[in-house]
Design a binder for this molecule. Structure first.
Ligand SMILES: [Fe+2]
Ligand SMILES: [Fe+2]
Length: 279
């Protein structure tokens, strides 16, 4: 446990009915194909990715004896399991719209199988820590500025905000376990470089597939506006650069990015169910 951990932090999965429409509007994000498929591509990665995160942390649970930390691990597993479940529902709607979700998840599943077979548990946990940082800094952006979802349909705004909130709550769980059982910063940095590469590759591949199915690949205006929204000055990714780079520091800890106030504000929006999801 670290002194940076917010006081009294408890991590519990929330059961929420997002009431996703049975048929998802093809471009649910303000009729913008680029933004819609950017978030859709991430959703497609979540179920397999989150199962991998759970497994890599659960592997070390027997080595952790602090009851407080064990409770946080339990919360982390519950939240990620529940995210997986909701994103499977979300992704089923993408399949219904004619996108080949199965094809898009195949390389991810293959990579995870490879990692489970050939990587050490430390390396798998390092990859989890790296991806958790990625999700935490994106989550911070989503909580900080509702503008990223301007024009999106209400249930989608809610599902992404809920996910962002819980990613924030558990952002240090895998990190703290890693520092206790391994702590190798070099391995962590290597994992981050590798995870960044594959994350960007997978998101790009997903977007390309869905935009092609929509016949939007040659829409120059969409590309120009979308790339500016993502990579331009103050863009979704470009604004994350400083927080991303901090991960490579020797003394980095996720709660050095102290966004507890933001987290507490957002907690008011969502109520925690009394029965945590069992995983
Ligand atoms: Fe998650
Ligand atoms: Fe997470």
């Amino acid at each position: 446990m670290t002194a940076l951990q917010p006081e009294g932090l408890s991590i519990q999965p929330r059961r929420i009915d997002f009431a996703l429409p049975d048929v998802l509007p093809r471009h649910w994000h303000g009729a913008d194909a680029f933004k819609t498929h950017f978030f859709n591509s991430m959703s497609i990665l979540f179920p397999d990715g989150e199962r991998f995160f759970i497994d890599s942390v659960r592997h070390y649970r027997p080595q952790i004896h602090d009851p407080e930390q064990l409770a946080l691990i339990k919360g982390f597993i519950g939240q990620e399991g529940h995210h997986s479940h909701e994103h499977i529902e979300y992704n089923r709607r993408l399949s219904d719209l004619g996108y080949d979700v199965e094809k898009l998840t195949r390389p991810v599943q293959h990579r995870i199988r490879y990692a489970n077979k050939h990587f050490s548990p430390e390396r798998r946990l390092a990859a989890t820590v790296a991806m958790e940082h990625f999700t935490a800094i994106m989550a911070d952006a989503v909580l900080r500025d509702r503008g990223w979802f301007d024009g999106a349909i209400e249930p989608m705004q809610r599902i992404w905000r809920w996910h962002a909130l819980e990613e924030t709550e558990h952002k240090a769980v895998a990190f703290d376990v890693y520092m206790q059982v391994c702590g190798d910063r070099k391995l962590l940095r290597a994992a981050m470089r590798q995870s960044t590469f594959f994350f960007l590759k997978d998101v790009t591949r997903g977007m390309w597939h869905m935009l092609r199915r929509d016949g939007e690949l040659s829409n120059i205006t969409m590309w120009r506006q979308g790339m500016r929204w993502l990579w331009g000055k103050g863009g979704f990714f470009s604004s994350l650069w400083g927080a991303y780079r901090d991960f490579y520091r020797e003394d980095f800890h996720p709660w050095q990015h102290d966004n507890q106030r933001l987290m507490r504000q957002c907690q008011q929006e969502f109520t925690v169910n009394e029965t945590p999801a069992s995983i």
